[in-house]
Design a protein. Structure first.
Length: 296
């Protein structure tokens, strides 16, 4: 039973954690599917895209090796994960918040290779990643991001951190002046410069570490300030499946259906416009070895 505690927590804190969202006996199959996506992603020498499917493959300056940091819309190649994104338990979570017609905007896996430079996320609000906000309505109230823990998420391997109540502060522009990940040097373990937080009226001491066990689900809104440190552990990755959802009526031109009148709805014949702006003009497949093209 998922209950309604997450609704109160989202309203009060801007984030919620549902423990045991996916029970332990279902996690092995999901984890294996995530590992198949990783194996497939690592066959590429650089970032690869085919329509919405994308593997973000970078050369890590610290590890001096190739790393896969994110994959997008792998549901097109992994049936188990395609079912996961529209698991009826997401409807239980979101029906009270979004109703029974729900579209999905993001379908991502994030890896944090142990010790890699590219494994931190500066504090930000996900509104930053809705580059065409005019294509949506009610983005700040009826749009949510979720992270399903595949590995234990803790202090050492860079669990998510949230600022409770930050969703009531409006858009703060945190991390807008550059990539979402740090560029190395002393800030390689991540997060934001304290001055930047101070200017936004935030005190790092107030940030809450979202420790999670495999199968736990974190949920947050597009104005909730969050980020995560780099992975300082020697061996443990910090894998999450990140899915984001909107009310269908608020997103007439974007997203893949997840639930239509409450019915779990598989991907259709072709990709729908989600976040990749060049879906129709540059569908690929192609390699992009120029830069980090994150589209969280
Ligand atoms: O993977 C993480 O720790 C943070 C990811 C995130 O906040 C995002 O993709 O918007
Ligand atoms: Fe985010």
């Amino acid at each position: 039973m998922i209950g309604s505690a997450h609704i109160d927590a989202l309203e009060r804190d801007g984030f919620a954690i549902i423990r045991g969202f996916i029970p332990p006996d279902e996690m092995a199959a999901l984890t294996e599917a995530v590992e198949r996506v990783q194996a497939e992603g690592m066959t590429h020498h650089a970032t690869y895209r085919h329509k919405n499917l994308c593997y973000e493959v970078l050369k890590d300056p610290v590890l001096q090796s190739k790393v896969l940091v994110q994959a997008y819309w792998f549901s097109w190649i992994e049936p188990i994960l395609e079912k996961q994104r529209r698991d009826p338990r997401y409807l239980e979570v979101f029906e009270p918040l979004l109703g029974r017609d729900i579209k999905q905007i993001a379908n991502q896996i994030h890896w944090k290779p142990p010790g890699a430079q590219y494994s931190d996320y500066r504090f930000h609000q996900d509104l930053r990643f809705r580059e065409k906000p005019e294509d949506f309505s009610n983005l700040t109230t009826h749009s949510f991001t979720t992270a399903l823990a595949i590995d234990p998420n803790g202090e050492e391997n860079g669990a998510l951190m949230f600022f409770p109540g930050s969703h009531k502060k409006g858009y703060l522009g945190l991390s807008d002046g550059g990539p979402i990940m740090n560029d190395g040097g002393e800030r390689r373990w991540g997060l934001s410069k304290e001055e930047e937080l101070e200017q936004a009226g935030l005190d790092l001491n107030d940030a809450v570490l979202a420790e999670m066990e495999p199968g736990d689900l974190a949920i947050w809104g597009l104005l909730t300030v969050h980020g995560s440190r780099g992975n300082r552990s020697k061996t443990l990755d910090r894998r999450i499946i990140l899915n984001s959802y909107v009310r269908a009526e608020d997103s007439p031109t974007r997203g893949e259906w997840a639930f239509k009148d409450g019915v779990s709805t598989p991907l259709g014949d072709d990709h729908q416009l989600c976040k990749y702006e060049e879906l129709y003009t540059r569908p690929g497949p192609f390699y992009d070895d120029t830069d980090w093209i994150a589209e969280q």
